[in-house]
Design a protein. Structure first.
Length: 273
């Protein structure tokens, strides 16, 4: 019985090794900085080590853990709202042809093309009048500008390869619209939905400019803390926060990759049967 790696050629192994090295090598200096006490040029490694940066990060006087929770809450909220809006919008764009569709697609892509700072400056006055500036809700809403296009475009691609006849068959057998969606549509679009949600979460998680302008410094997230400590020259604390900052993205990628790989493996097994 062959494993999934036995079919890889030498070139494939080389490409995989280069990819892993490209992803991991930049993290090594951050990990070393997080446990260094002193590290000066031209030393290759720190001359002394300390856990004071990690002690500060997990201390009760630090803002890191509250910022971590707030960053996760905002990213999860932006992801949920993007799913609620993006799934029906992606279905409409992927399944149907209608007048003005090209214009709508361009408008959806516009936030990804226009610089984020220009958009945030234009919306800041509106958010001030609505009372949303300086609040986590306001930051969550403004994060929809860069995140929603990813969800809509991913779901549009998913629904362009989706056959709605299965839903009609379920409805003819007595299923309600909600049952047809849950038992027929959702399993078919779930891999794409996971990928879109992953992109959406990571884009919201990494926002700095939009959070700073709309949050006004009152909404403290990990990107803001990371930039502040990096600007202050605290490389040890910057390294520790960076390791925490990348952890959710790595975990989400591993979970998504495991799920999608297992799903593909199950489908291959069904085909063999």
């Amino acid at each position: 019985m062959k494993t999934r790696f036995q079919g890889l050629s030498g070139l494939s192994w080389l490409s995989l090794a280069l990819l892993i090295s490209w992803l991991i090598l930049p993290l090594i200096p951050l990990a070393l900085w997080s446990v260094s006490r002193s590290w000066f040029f031209p030393d290759i490694l720190p001359s002394s080590y300390s856990l004071r940066a990690w002690s500060y990060v997990f201390s009760t006087t630090s803002e890191v853990l509250p910022a971590l929770g707030q960053t996760a809450l905002i990213a999860l909220g932006a992801t949920c709202i993007s799913v609620i809006i993006g799934v029906p919008a992606g279905r409409a764009l992927g399944l149907y042809q209608f007048r003005g569709k090209a214009v709508i697609e361009i408008l959806i892509l516009a936030p990804m093309i226009v610089p984020g700072i220009a958009v945030a400056l234009g919306l800041h006055v509106v958010f001030l009048k609505l009372g949303l500036a300086g609040s986590a809700i306001g930051v969550m809403i403004v994060h929809l500008i860069p995140t929603l296009p990813y969800m809509v475009l991913v779901m549009s691609g998913v629904f362009s390869n989706y056959n709605p006849a299965a839903e009609a068959q379920a409805r003819s057998l007595g299923a309600s619209p909600l049952q047809a969606f849950y038992y027929v549509t959702l399993p078919a679009i779930l891999p794409g939905l996971m990928i879109g949600s992953l992109f959406t979460f990571l884009v919201s998680w990494s926002q700095y400019i939009l959070t700073l302008l709309i949050g006004g410094g009152r909404v403290v997230t990990l990107p803001l803390l990371l930039f502040n400590f990096a600007s202050a020259g605290r490389n040890d604390i910057t390294g520790a926060i960076s390791m925490i900052y990348i952890l959710p993205g790595v975990l989400l990628l591993l979970v998504a990759a495991r799920y999608l790989t297992g799903r593909n493996g199950n489908l291959e097994g069904m085909h063999r049967i």
